[in-house]
Design a protein around this ligand. Structure first.
Ligand code: PMP
Length: 352
Protein backbone atom coordinates (compact mmCIF):
# COMPACT_ATOMS: atom_id res chain seq x y z
CA UNK A 1 0.00 0.00 0.00
CA UNK A 2 1.54 3.35 -0.98
CA UNK A 3 1.55 6.31 1.35
CA UNK A 4 -0.80 8.02 -1.15
CA UNK A 5 -3.78 5.63 -0.92
CA UNK A 6 -6.79 7.35 0.55
CA UNK A 7 -7.39 6.49 4.18
CA UNK A 8 -10.98 5.65 3.26
CA UNK A 9 -9.58 2.26 2.13
CA UNK A 10 -7.69 1.55 5.35
CA UNK A 11 -10.07 -1.25 6.34
CA UNK A 12 -10.57 -2.74 2.88
CA UNK A 13 -9.69 -6.42 2.50
CA UNK A 14 -9.81 -7.09 -1.26
CA UNK A 15 -11.82 -10.00 -2.64
CA UNK A 16 -9.69 -13.02 -3.53
CA UNK A 17 -10.80 -14.54 -6.83
CA UNK A 18 -10.37 -18.28 -7.50
CA UNK A 19 -6.99 -19.31 -8.84
CA UNK A 20 -6.39 -19.10 -12.62
CA UNK A 21 -3.31 -21.32 -12.96
CA UNK A 22 -0.75 -20.56 -15.67
CA UNK A 23 2.07 -22.94 -14.79
CA UNK A 24 0.38 -26.30 -15.16
CA UNK A 25 -2.64 -27.86 -16.85
CA UNK A 26 -5.34 -28.65 -14.33
CA UNK A 27 -8.84 -30.00 -14.58
CA UNK A 28 -10.26 -26.71 -13.49
CA UNK A 29 -13.25 -27.11 -11.20
CA UNK A 30 -12.63 -24.09 -8.99
CA UNK A 31 -14.38 -21.03 -10.46
CA UNK A 32 -17.70 -22.32 -11.79
CA UNK A 33 -16.89 -21.67 -15.43
CA UNK A 34 -18.66 -23.65 -18.13
CA UNK A 35 -16.70 -26.60 -19.48
CA UNK A 36 -18.13 -25.78 -22.90
CA UNK A 37 -16.94 -23.04 -25.29
CA UNK A 38 -19.24 -20.12 -26.10
CA UNK A 39 -21.81 -20.48 -28.86
CA UNK A 40 -20.12 -20.36 -32.30
CA UNK A 41 -22.48 -17.48 -33.16
CA UNK A 42 -21.22 -15.49 -30.16
CA UNK A 43 -17.62 -16.06 -31.29
CA UNK A 44 -18.47 -15.08 -34.88
CA UNK A 45 -20.23 -11.86 -33.89
CA UNK A 46 -17.44 -10.91 -31.48
CA UNK A 47 -14.80 -11.42 -34.19
CA UNK A 48 -16.80 -9.27 -36.61
CA UNK A 49 -17.20 -6.55 -33.98
CA UNK A 50 -13.42 -6.53 -33.36
CA UNK A 51 -12.96 -5.11 -36.86
CA UNK A 52 -14.58 -1.82 -35.91
CA UNK A 53 -13.40 -1.37 -32.39
CA UNK A 54 -11.70 1.91 -33.24
CA UNK A 55 -15.22 3.19 -32.44
CA UNK A 56 -16.73 3.34 -28.96
CA UNK A 57 -19.32 0.76 -28.09
CA UNK A 58 -22.99 1.78 -28.02
CA UNK A 59 -23.59 3.28 -24.54
CA UNK A 60 -27.33 2.61 -24.89
CA UNK A 61 -26.64 -1.07 -25.59
CA UNK A 62 -29.74 -1.06 -27.83
CA UNK A 63 -29.15 -4.12 -29.99
CA UNK A 64 -28.14 -6.23 -26.98
CA UNK A 65 -31.17 -5.00 -25.05
CA UNK A 66 -33.47 -5.95 -27.94
CA UNK A 67 -31.96 -9.43 -28.23
CA UNK A 68 -32.23 -9.89 -24.45
CA UNK A 69 -35.85 -8.77 -24.31
CA UNK A 70 -36.76 -11.09 -27.18
CA UNK A 71 -35.47 -14.07 -25.18
CA UNK A 72 -36.59 -13.10 -21.68
CA UNK A 73 -39.87 -11.32 -22.47
CA UNK A 74 -39.12 -8.16 -20.47
CA UNK A 75 -39.45 -4.59 -21.67
CA UNK A 76 -36.34 -2.72 -22.92
CA UNK A 77 -36.62 -0.03 -20.25
CA UNK A 78 -36.35 -2.67 -17.54
CA UNK A 79 -32.95 -4.11 -18.51
CA UNK A 80 -29.36 -2.87 -18.26
CA UNK A 81 -25.94 -4.50 -18.79
CA UNK A 82 -22.57 -4.42 -17.10
CA UNK A 83 -18.99 -5.60 -17.25
CA UNK A 84 -19.78 -8.95 -15.63
CA UNK A 85 -22.40 -9.11 -12.91
CA UNK A 86 -19.81 -8.17 -10.27
CA UNK A 87 -19.93 -4.71 -11.84
CA UNK A 88 -23.74 -4.70 -11.56
CA UNK A 89 -23.58 -5.72 -7.91
CA UNK A 90 -21.32 -2.75 -7.32
CA UNK A 91 -23.92 -0.47 -8.97
CA UNK A 92 -26.51 -1.95 -6.62
CA UNK A 93 -24.40 -1.08 -3.57
CA UNK A 94 -23.70 2.39 -4.96
CA UNK A 95 -27.34 3.11 -5.79
CA UNK A 96 -29.37 1.50 -3.05
CA UNK A 97 -27.25 1.25 0.09
CA UNK A 98 -26.17 3.86 2.61
CA UNK A 99 -26.40 4.62 6.32
CA UNK A 100 -30.21 4.75 6.09
CA UNK A 101 -30.36 1.61 3.94
CA UNK A 102 -27.72 -0.76 5.27
CA UNK A 103 -27.13 -3.97 3.36
CA UNK A 104 -28.09 -7.42 4.63
CA UNK A 105 -26.92 -10.78 3.39
CA UNK A 106 -26.21 -14.30 4.64
CA UNK A 107 -23.05 -15.31 6.49
CA UNK A 108 -22.39 -18.01 3.91
CA UNK A 109 -22.87 -16.44 0.50
CA UNK A 110 -20.96 -14.78 -2.33
CA UNK A 111 -17.89 -13.22 -0.71
CA UNK A 112 -17.97 -10.13 -2.88
CA UNK A 113 -21.03 -8.69 -1.11
CA UNK A 114 -19.14 -7.76 2.05
CA UNK A 115 -16.20 -6.45 0.02
CA UNK A 116 -18.48 -4.20 -2.05
CA UNK A 117 -20.18 -3.01 1.13
CA UNK A 118 -16.79 -2.08 2.59
CA UNK A 119 -15.64 -0.50 -0.66
CA UNK A 120 -18.73 1.70 -0.75
CA UNK A 121 -18.56 2.27 3.00
CA UNK A 122 -22.00 0.81 3.50
CA UNK A 123 -22.90 -0.65 6.92
CA UNK A 124 -24.21 -4.20 6.74
CA UNK A 125 -25.85 -6.94 8.76
CA UNK A 126 -24.78 -10.53 8.31
CA UNK A 127 -27.64 -13.01 8.77
CA UNK A 128 -26.55 -16.55 9.66
CA UNK A 129 -27.97 -19.39 7.61
CA UNK A 130 -29.56 -22.27 9.52
CA UNK A 131 -27.33 -25.22 10.47
CA UNK A 132 -28.25 -26.97 7.22
CA UNK A 133 -27.26 -23.83 5.24
CA UNK A 134 -30.84 -22.98 4.31
CA UNK A 135 -32.20 -19.44 4.66
CA UNK A 136 -34.73 -18.71 7.37
CA UNK A 137 -36.95 -16.40 5.34
CA UNK A 138 -38.39 -14.89 8.52
CA UNK A 139 -34.98 -13.29 9.16
CA UNK A 140 -35.42 -11.21 6.01
CA UNK A 141 -39.03 -10.09 6.51
CA UNK A 142 -39.74 -6.52 7.50
CA UNK A 143 -36.16 -5.30 7.71
CA UNK A 144 -34.97 -1.77 6.97
CA UNK A 145 -32.12 -3.17 4.89
CA UNK A 146 -31.27 -3.50 1.21
CA UNK A 147 -31.24 -7.28 0.90
CA UNK A 148 -28.85 -9.34 -1.21
CA UNK A 149 -29.77 -12.97 -1.87
CA UNK A 150 -27.90 -15.26 -4.22
CA UNK A 151 -30.42 -17.74 -5.61
CA UNK A 152 -29.19 -20.45 -5.88
CA UNK A 153 -26.81 -19.49 -3.12
CA UNK A 154 -23.06 -19.82 -3.48
CA UNK A 155 -21.12 -21.82 -2.42
CA UNK A 156 -23.94 -24.08 -1.17
CA UNK A 157 -26.00 -24.25 -4.38
CA UNK A 158 -29.21 -24.31 -2.32
CA UNK A 159 -32.15 -22.58 -4.02
CA UNK A 160 -35.04 -20.70 -2.43
CA UNK A 161 -38.49 -21.13 -3.99
CA UNK A 162 -39.84 -18.00 -5.71
CA UNK A 163 -42.77 -17.85 -3.31
CA UNK A 164 -40.37 -17.44 -0.37
CA UNK A 165 -38.56 -14.58 -2.05
CA UNK A 166 -41.94 -13.01 -2.77
CA UNK A 167 -42.56 -13.00 0.98
CA UNK A 168 -39.33 -11.06 1.45
CA UNK A 169 -40.31 -8.62 -1.31
CA UNK A 170 -43.80 -8.07 0.08
CA UNK A 171 -42.56 -7.42 3.62
CA UNK A 172 -39.83 -4.97 2.55
CA UNK A 173 -41.79 -2.55 0.35
CA UNK A 174 -39.42 0.34 1.09
CA UNK A 175 -36.18 -1.51 0.41
CA UNK A 176 -34.63 -2.94 -2.71
CA UNK A 177 -34.25 -6.72 -2.69
CA UNK A 178 -31.40 -7.83 -4.95
CA UNK A 179 -31.71 -11.41 -6.20
CA UNK A 180 -28.43 -12.57 -7.68
CA UNK A 181 -29.32 -15.24 -10.24
CA UNK A 182 -25.79 -16.09 -11.41
CA UNK A 183 -26.62 -19.83 -11.28
CA UNK A 184 -30.37 -19.81 -11.89
CA UNK A 185 -30.25 -21.66 -15.22
CA UNK A 186 -29.03 -24.89 -13.61
CA UNK A 187 -32.27 -25.75 -11.86
CA UNK A 188 -33.77 -22.84 -9.89
CA UNK A 189 -36.67 -20.57 -10.88
CA UNK A 190 -35.98 -17.07 -12.11
CA UNK A 191 -37.69 -14.00 -10.65
CA UNK A 192 -37.13 -12.02 -13.86
CA UNK A 193 -40.78 -11.72 -14.85
CA UNK A 194 -41.72 -10.66 -11.31
CA UNK A 195 -39.91 -7.36 -11.84
CA UNK A 196 -43.22 -6.27 -13.40
CA UNK A 197 -45.04 -7.03 -10.14
CA UNK A 198 -42.59 -5.77 -7.48
CA UNK A 199 -41.10 -2.30 -7.84
CA UNK A 200 -38.47 -3.15 -5.19
CA UNK A 201 -37.10 -6.24 -6.97
CA UNK A 202 -33.71 -6.07 -8.69
CA UNK A 203 -32.68 -9.27 -10.46
CA UNK A 204 -29.00 -9.53 -11.36
CA UNK A 205 -27.68 -12.17 -13.76
CA UNK A 206 -24.64 -13.13 -15.77
CA UNK A 207 -23.56 -14.56 -19.12
CA UNK A 208 -20.52 -16.10 -17.37
CA UNK A 209 -21.96 -19.46 -16.35
CA UNK A 210 -24.85 -20.86 -18.39
CA UNK A 211 -23.76 -18.89 -21.49
CA UNK A 212 -20.05 -19.80 -21.34
CA UNK A 213 -18.90 -16.16 -21.54
CA UNK A 214 -17.01 -15.68 -18.26
CA UNK A 215 -14.02 -14.13 -20.00
CA UNK A 216 -16.16 -11.77 -22.08
CA UNK A 217 -17.55 -10.19 -18.88
CA UNK A 218 -21.26 -9.58 -19.40
CA UNK A 219 -23.80 -9.11 -16.63
CA UNK A 220 -27.35 -7.81 -16.58
CA UNK A 221 -30.02 -6.47 -14.30
CA UNK A 222 -33.79 -6.39 -14.63
CA UNK A 223 -36.05 -4.24 -12.49
CA UNK A 224 -38.69 -1.53 -12.65
CA UNK A 225 -38.03 1.27 -15.12
CA UNK A 226 -37.22 3.61 -12.21
CA UNK A 227 -34.58 1.31 -10.71
CA UNK A 228 -32.97 0.79 -14.11
CA UNK A 229 -32.92 4.56 -14.61
CA UNK A 230 -31.07 4.89 -11.27
CA UNK A 231 -28.50 2.31 -12.31
CA UNK A 232 -28.07 4.00 -15.67
CA UNK A 233 -27.44 7.35 -13.94
CA UNK A 234 -24.51 5.78 -12.06
CA UNK A 235 -23.38 3.74 -15.08
CA UNK A 236 -23.23 6.84 -17.29
CA UNK A 237 -21.36 8.70 -14.56
CA UNK A 238 -18.80 5.96 -14.01
CA UNK A 239 -18.24 4.45 -17.46
CA UNK A 240 -20.89 4.80 -20.18
CA UNK A 241 -18.96 2.30 -22.36
CA UNK A 242 -18.87 -0.37 -19.66
CA UNK A 243 -19.75 -3.13 -22.15
CA UNK A 244 -17.19 -3.31 -24.96
CA UNK A 245 -18.20 -3.89 -28.60
CA UNK A 246 -16.91 -7.47 -28.79
CA UNK A 247 -18.72 -8.50 -25.62
CA UNK A 248 -21.86 -6.73 -26.72
CA UNK A 249 -21.78 -8.67 -30.01
CA UNK A 250 -20.96 -11.95 -28.24
CA UNK A 251 -23.96 -11.39 -25.99
CA UNK A 252 -26.25 -10.98 -28.98
CA UNK A 253 -24.85 -14.15 -30.58
CA UNK A 254 -25.37 -16.05 -27.34
CA UNK A 255 -28.97 -14.90 -27.08
CA UNK A 256 -29.74 -15.74 -30.70
CA UNK A 257 -28.25 -19.19 -30.09
CA UNK A 258 -30.22 -19.80 -26.93
CA UNK A 259 -30.83 -23.44 -27.78
CA UNK A 260 -27.05 -24.13 -27.71
CA UNK A 261 -26.74 -22.76 -24.18
CA UNK A 262 -29.83 -24.54 -22.91
CA UNK A 263 -28.54 -27.86 -24.24
CA UNK A 264 -25.23 -27.29 -22.42
CA UNK A 265 -27.07 -26.53 -19.18
CA UNK A 266 -28.97 -29.81 -19.48
CA UNK A 267 -25.70 -31.71 -19.85
CA UNK A 268 -24.23 -29.91 -16.83
CA UNK A 269 -27.32 -30.77 -14.76
CA UNK A 270 -26.99 -34.46 -15.78
CA UNK A 271 -23.28 -34.41 -14.91
CA UNK A 272 -24.06 -32.79 -11.56
CA UNK A 273 -26.53 -35.52 -10.67
CA UNK A 274 -24.08 -38.22 -11.81
CA UNK A 275 -21.21 -36.72 -9.78
CA UNK A 276 -23.42 -36.19 -6.72
CA UNK A 277 -24.45 -39.87 -6.73
CA UNK A 278 -20.86 -41.03 -7.11
CA UNK A 279 -19.67 -38.73 -4.31
CA UNK A 280 -22.39 -40.06 -2.01
CA UNK A 281 -21.21 -43.61 -2.71
CA UNK A 282 -17.76 -42.51 -1.51
CA UNK A 283 -19.23 -41.27 1.76
CA UNK A 284 -19.45 -37.54 0.96
CA UNK A 285 -22.27 -35.40 2.32
CA UNK A 286 -23.62 -32.85 -0.12
CA UNK A 287 -25.99 -29.93 -0.07
CA UNK A 288 -28.90 -30.06 -2.55
CA UNK A 289 -27.21 -27.99 -5.24
CA UNK A 290 -29.25 -26.47 -8.05
CA UNK A 291 -26.15 -24.74 -9.44
CA UNK A 292 -23.26 -25.77 -11.70
CA UNK A 293 -21.22 -26.84 -8.69
CA UNK A 294 -21.40 -29.26 -5.79
CA UNK A 295 -20.61 -28.51 -2.16
CA UNK A 296 -19.26 -31.59 -0.45
CA UNK A 297 -17.53 -32.81 2.69
CA UNK A 298 -16.15 -36.16 3.75
CA UNK A 299 -16.37 -37.44 7.34
CA UNK A 300 -12.76 -38.74 7.40
CA UNK A 301 -10.87 -35.96 5.62
CA UNK A 302 -10.69 -32.24 6.18
CA UNK A 303 -11.71 -29.91 3.39
CA UNK A 304 -8.12 -28.75 3.15
CA UNK A 305 -6.84 -32.35 2.77
CA UNK A 306 -9.27 -33.11 -0.04
CA UNK A 307 -8.40 -29.82 -1.73
CA UNK A 308 -4.64 -30.29 -1.62
CA UNK A 309 -4.62 -33.97 -2.55
CA UNK A 310 -6.83 -33.27 -5.54
CA UNK A 311 -4.49 -30.44 -6.47
CA UNK A 312 -1.50 -32.80 -6.40
CA UNK A 313 -3.42 -35.01 -8.82
CA UNK A 314 -4.08 -32.12 -11.18
CA UNK A 315 -7.65 -31.22 -10.16
CA UNK A 316 -8.44 -27.77 -8.82
CA UNK A 317 -11.49 -27.25 -6.63
CA UNK A 318 -12.36 -24.34 -4.33
CA UNK A 319 -11.78 -24.51 -0.62
CA UNK A 320 -12.92 -21.70 1.68
CA UNK A 321 -11.15 -21.36 5.00
CA UNK A 322 -13.99 -19.75 6.95
CA UNK A 323 -15.01 -21.68 10.07
CA UNK A 324 -18.51 -22.86 9.14
CA UNK A 325 -17.56 -24.26 5.76
CA UNK A 326 -13.92 -25.26 6.15
CA UNK A 327 -14.81 -28.98 5.97
CA UNK A 328 -16.30 -28.51 2.50
CA UNK A 329 -15.07 -28.03 -1.03
CA UNK A 330 -16.96 -26.41 -3.84
CA UNK A 331 -16.57 -28.46 -6.98
CA UNK A 332 -17.57 -27.02 -10.35
CA UNK A 333 -19.47 -29.45 -12.55
CA UNK A 334 -17.49 -30.11 -15.72
CA UNK A 335 -17.77 -32.56 -18.58
CA UNK A 336 -18.66 -36.20 -17.89
CA UNK A 337 -14.99 -37.12 -18.49
CA UNK A 338 -13.84 -34.53 -15.95
CA UNK A 339 -16.34 -35.80 -13.39
CA UNK A 340 -15.17 -39.39 -13.96
CA UNK A 341 -11.56 -38.30 -13.43
CA UNK A 342 -12.61 -36.45 -10.24
CA UNK A 343 -14.29 -39.55 -8.85
CA UNK A 344 -11.32 -41.74 -9.82
CA UNK A 345 -8.90 -39.41 -7.98
CA UNK A 346 -11.16 -39.15 -4.94
CA UNK A 347 -11.36 -42.96 -4.75
CA UNK A 348 -7.54 -43.04 -4.64
CA UNK A 349 -7.45 -40.30 -2.00
CA UNK A 350 -9.90 -41.91 0.35
CA UNK A 351 -8.46 -45.37 -0.30
CA UNK A 352 -11.39 -47.13 -1.95
N1 PMP B 1 -22.80 -13.76 -8.23
C1 PMP B 1 -22.39 -14.94 -7.75
C2 PMP B 1 -23.21 -15.61 -6.70
C3 PMP B 1 -21.20 -15.52 -8.22
O1 PMP B 1 -20.76 -16.67 -7.71
C4 PMP B 1 -20.45 -14.87 -9.23
C5 PMP B 1 -19.21 -15.49 -9.78
N2 PMP B 1 -18.06 -15.33 -9.09
C6 PMP B 1 -20.92 -13.62 -9.67
C7 PMP B 1 -22.11 -13.11 -9.17
C8 PMP B 1 -20.15 -12.79 -10.65
O2 PMP B 1 -20.04 -13.33 -11.90
P1 PMP B 1 -19.60 -12.44 -13.13
O3 PMP B 1 -18.96 -11.18 -12.62
O4 PMP B 1 -18.63 -13.31 -13.88
O5 PMP B 1 -20.84 -12.14 -13.90
Amino acid sequence: MSRFLSSKYDELVPYVPGEQPKDRRFIKLNTNESPFPPSPLAVKYAAEAARSCQLYSDPELSSLTDAFCAVYGVSPSSAVFSNGSDDMLNYAFMCFCDGDHPAAFADITYGLYSVLADLNRVPYTVIPLRDDFTIDVGDYCGTDHTIFIANPNAPTGIALPVIEIERILATNPNNVVVVDEAYVDFGASSMLKLTEKYDNLLVVGTFSKSRSLAGARLGYACASEAIIADINAIRYSLNPYNVNSMTLAAGIGSLEDDEYNRANCSVIIENREYAAEELKKLGFTLTDSKANFLFARHPDFSGEQIYSRLREKGILVRHFGSERIKDYNRITVGTRGEMQELIKCLKEIIGQ
